[in-house]
Design a binder for this molecule. Structure first.
Ligand code: SAM
Length: 391
């Protein structure tokens, strides 16, 4: 990737030669070029600013040096994606960093004073992709610190820049959640112990604990992130639903949604003696500790859930549910596929059961590769057992 940065303070960008970014440049993964905007001025004072039309405080960056500087960046015909740091721009996020990390060329136009004459951005937009990007809801003195922060977040996602790529996978903001708490030696420090689960050697339990911690921490400190899922339509499609491990706090909604989902089963079987309808909130709270359960939310609302656990060499999947108003859009299928993917390697196949008269469910399970392997009754209701070998 090539990155050009234009600034009136090129020395501000010197940290780009240090640490992992400097190393990436030396390894040839990155080509960083910093340009002094004043090199594109033609007067004795190398002037880059002037008073604002219409009056007001402060100075505005003149368009001519910026025009020449941006022309020079494109003179080989290979245009960069131009990022103009500014507090009025789109908020810089991890998702944006990931998208920009895939571009072959980026350029940063670092403003100072009150900012850059708007025509520079309009003109650039006529021949370049341009994004005005804000680091956050506060005002810095110039774009250099914002450019440094963005470049660091982008460059570390370029393959090869971070030695251990796996370390990127569970970081804060990956999958919309914050990172779980981390610990190292010593095991006890100033009377504080490392959580015992991390010393247990039980990888499943550690993974479960970390998932819960990520969710708890996000809910506690950044609940806005949990509500940042797409709208119900988008979240309910198979395109990109975000599944996460359920926590105790989800129990009430799981219990409530089960009632809304299984009431049609009750009608089809002419009985309310269905486990999902007869269990109490306490039952749900209890099985949440015994089963792996995943949920999907949209705008904070629970819209789907599924649970699974290992029974001998089978991965038992159940309580697959999607909010009634969002059924038929593929979310159930996506939840089922997700639950299957979470099965431990030792498992030979997947098992489920459903009501004998649940025609729609049976159709969906058949389409997902399940075959009926047994029939019985539960509280007088016909049930079918389904099996799918692991492929
Ligand atoms: N007058 C501008 C306004 O109110 O929106 C603020 C200009 S600021 C003092 C000068 C420069 O700092 C901006 O042109 C931009 O390059 C940079 N800057 C300030 N805050 C920023 C932020 N939150 N994110 C990105 N860049 C910022």
């Amino acid at each position: 990737m090539r990155i050009d940065v234009v600034s009136i303070f090129p020395a501000y960008l010197e940290p780009l030669g240090m640490s992992l970014i400097g190393k990436a440049s030396r390894q040839g993964l990155l080509d960083v070029r910093v340009h002094d905007l004043r090199d594109f001025t033609h007067d004795r004072h190398r002037t880059v600013d002037d008073t604002p039309y219409g009056g007001g405080a402060g100075m505005v960056m003149r368009p001519e040096p910026w025009g020449e500087a941006l022309d020079a960046l494109c003179d080989d015909g290979d245009v960069p994606h131009l990022i103009v740091p500014g507090p009025g721009g789109a908020l810089f996020t991890q998702a944006m960093a990931a998208e920009l990390a895939r571009k072959p060329r980026l350029a940063f136009a670092c403003g100072r004073y009150e900012g850059i004459d708007e025509r520079v951005i309009d003109e650039a937009r006529s021949h370049l992709p341009v994004s005005v990007v804000s680091l956050g809801d506060y005002v810095l003195n110039g774009g250099e610190v914002a450019a440094l922060a963005m470049i660091e977040a982008i460059v570390r996602l370029i393959p090869g820049v971070i030695g251990n790529a796996a370390s990127l996978e569970e970081e804060s903001h990956t999958g919309g959640l914050l990172e779980y708490p981390i610990y190292t030696k010593p095991r006890q420090w100033r009377g504080r112990e490392v959580p015992s689960v991390l010393l247990s050697g039980d990888h499943g339990a550690i993974e479960h604990w970390r998932r819960e911690q990520r969710h708890d921490r996000t809910e506690r400190t950044r609940p806005d992130l949990l509500r940042m899922t797409a709208d119900p339509e988008a979240a309910a499609s198979t395109d990109n639903p975000r599944f996460r491990a359920a926590v105790q706090r989800d129990a009430g909604e799981i219990w409530t949604m089960a009632r809304a989902c299984w009431v049609t089963e009750a009608r089809d079987h002419d009985s309310f003696e269905i486990p999902a309808l007869t269990e109490s909130l306490l039952d749900v709270q209890e099985w949440l500790t015994a089963w792996h359960t995943w949920v999907v939310r949209s705008h904070g609302r629970l819209i789907g859930s599924v649970r699974a656990r290992r029974t001998h060499d089978l991965w038992d999947i159940g309580r697959l549910m999607v909010a009634p108003d969002l059924q038929g859009r593929g979310l159930g299928k996506a939840l089922l596929a997700y639950a299957e993917q979470q099965a431990p390697v030792e498992v030979a196949g997947f098992s489920m059961f459903t009501g004998g008269h649940s025609v729609d469910n049976l159709r969906m399970y058949r389409r997902a590769g399940y075959e009926i392997c047994g029939r019985s009754t539960y509280a007088g209701i016909p049930t079918v057992e389904l099996y799918k070998p692991r492929s």
